[in-house]
Design a binder for this molecule. Sequence first.
Ligand code: GLP
Length: 265
Amino acid sequence: MRVIRVADYQEMSDLCASLVVAQIKAKPDIVLGVPTGGTPLGMYARLVETFRAGEVDVRRASFFNLDEYVGLPHEHAQSYHAYMRRHLYDQVEDAFTPENLHVPDGNAGDLQKACESYEAAIRAAGGMDLCMLGIGANGHVAFNEPGCSLASRVRVVRLAERTVLDNARFFADPATVPRHAMTMGTGTIRDARALILLASGEGKAAAVAAALEGPVTSRCPASIVQLHPRVVFLVDEAAASGLTVRHPSWEEYRSDPHAETFLFQ
Ligand code: GLP
């Protein structure tokens, strides 16, 4: 696992985007797991610039969202369907292949079947090469809340009260924040061949410390990263403030002659 300290949100976003672009160039038919939330917005903005400039071709790449609210219409501004269109898919004309863009269907008549189909679709695509993740203030990844099974697959979950409160800022009426979501499980995420985690801001410091220095426990689902062989965790100074282990900055990391070979180890 490579934990890399970055100065701030902007450096985290730029660095993450450049790592993703490098991975797409290395494997044009890459299968990506993609997150939502406030944290990845800067990274998506950078990707949009890169795709607009034609620096990399993403038509063969597949995208699988980590999660989606249950019961929120796809057109609802806060649905993750709408989020992905707004921040990435509709931003670059003709860049993406629509059949390669996947978001869980939280409005399916048969949710159980939709969960199984989503899991099967990831498998059919060859499994995720790279899954990007944010981290909740309570240590959740995707919508795997504290107390979940660390081997879980795509399923419907009830959101923790903390998560509902955290996400209320995106809704005009906090009372309308959905209580359930369809999410990749921690087992689904662990099957990805590589992970990139992003954490920015003091509000994430406790969760980052628990994920990286605490025990691997369902109390902090993000702690699964400790068991994954290929993880890059980009943490800005504020989010790293609860860590006792000192990790290299990107500058330090980059000046290491072996950096390229061990980035995803
Ligand atoms: C949301 C998403 C997660 C995200 C997390 C943090 O509820 N389901 O995938 O990582 O919460 O969000 P933010 O980046 O806005 O802090």
